[in-house]
Design a protein around this ligand. Sequence first.
Ligand SMILES: [Zn+2]
Ligand SMILES: [Zn+2]
Length: 645
Amino acid sequence: MINIKLPDNSIKQFPEGVTAMEVALSISEGLARNVLAAEINGEVCDASLPINSDSDLKLLTWNDKNGKAAFWHSSAHLMAEAIEFHYPGTKFGIGPNIEAGFYYDIDLGDKTISSEDFKKIENKMLEIARTKQKLIRKAISKKEAIEYFTKKGDEYKLELLEELEDGDITLYESGNFTDLCRGPHIPNTGSIKAIKLLNVAGAYWRGDEKRKMLTRIYGITFPKQKELQEYLELLEEAKKRDHRKIGKELELFAFSQKVGQGMPLWLPKGAQLRERLENFLKGVQKKAGYLPVITPHIGTKELFITSGHYQKYGEDSFRPIKTPNEGEEFMLKPMNCPHHCEIYKIKNHSYKDLPVRYSEFGTVYRYEQSGELHGLTRVRSFTQDDAHIFCTPDQVKDEFKGVMRIVMHIFKALDFKEFTTQISLRDKNNKEKYIGTDDNWEKAENAIIDVAKESKLNYTIEKDEAAFYGPKMDFMVKDALGRQWQLGTIQVDYNLPERFELEYVGKDNKKHRPVMIHRAPFGSMERFVAVLIEHCEGKFPLWLAPEQVKILPISEKYNKYAEKVCSYLNNYDIRGLIDDRNEKTSRKIRDAEIQKIPFMLIVGEKEESENTISVRKQSKGNIGTMEIDAFIEMINSEINNMIAE
Ligand SMILES: [Zn+2]
Ligand SMILES: [Zn+2]
């Protein structure tokens, strides 16, 4: 008999060779029906795999990330089977699950597939799914596998096979379709109840522009029709909120092929919006004791060799820039940290000066393949709201607390109500993988967890997810559509202080290494603005809106009064413009609504004679007539409420 430990820490005994599915059945039939895969001692695998020794077991269902992954990956097999049925002779590349759904890269030879063909593929998939077809795992030798795919004539699978070691090759058989695959898969296709193919695109084999362009088909599946319906509605809503579309409509940013792809151009309205965000954070940081610094966009190759960034980014990044005569080599900076380390080194530091906090809105450059670029979320140049804190190991906790307070303040001011925190720690069984002393790691990890607890954060702990140079904390926000975005990060670093030989003189009069903390609450301005646009659908919080007020004179006669109101508001730093077009008021209101302007002030005879304004709030309608001063007070108190800590 072997002991199986379940997530609730209960231990049950089973005969050797028991499967996760049998364990599930011993608990309840209902549970067994929902089991998609299993996690045995942290390894995700088929629920039908025999367990031969004492193990920790987690049964994975649709509610688990890895359960969904197995479901969607198995759906890729199902799609391949349907494609092979309709397009015999198709060669198959890879078919992974992705964040939502799956795709398969295929070579159709001289045939093509368009979205018009999706229906017949979906129908075949549904037909097969209903037969509860099993996905059968077969461990075979490399030789046998090569024979199989040579006979089938699938050069892509043969290429993948070449890179695999003999002894860990598995095939999965589902109906007439056999795939080279590591798994895991769901027990059978019966749970796949709703299917939708979403998109067809070209994709280079193995992402290599020199190789053949294959056809990539994206799809998604669900255990319930209702879930598919909800997902498709979400997609529709996401399309409306796409920051690329809204960014264009509101004239916030643009791209020019001539300037270069992935290099955002901030237009006046976008630049002003970004400036307001930056000023807000600068104000908060000033109060929190940050010192601003400014550094160049490039640095010598040696700087980045010292920091290690050359090894990480140098090879596959922008090529070095050479000066004409001196033989110098510069690189565009992929990160601001090396420059800030050099600033720290300019002075001698005593423990009494620490912590030192250098902040900079620093623009960095990283090469991304052109196919990976996406609006403001994947770009080649972006500006981080960066800062580096140099402190003693004992100060890490307070510094974390301080940074977290800033992050919370930002989320509140921008109306991100739901967020989660992920704490990434080291793998304690492999301490030699990490740089920095055991003692410091222990101290920093405990400090981070304490801060999360004390602040009552909704956090998860990921063991073995820390970088080799230090533990970190990431913030994920949920936007208005419930989508998760990773934004700010706080990262402890024992590596750069070592590489740059940073020092401070301690109480004991001896030299010590400071701890470095990297932090960026927004992450990058580009990505943050993109997320913000999609979150609020372009209806920015009042303090951030490019235009807060539109003044609408009901006829030409009142343009003068409108101007008077406008300049009065401008004197109080309220951003307003007049719509003095020769249009009906209803038309002007509609246009201001489309432009998502928070307030519309309608002025006519009555308003002019009483020195008042009629106020409409965006998407709320008329909120009454008031004196201009009362309106200013109302706006200011609304803004102050939002941006207060
Ligand atoms: Zn597979
Ligand atoms: Zn950094």
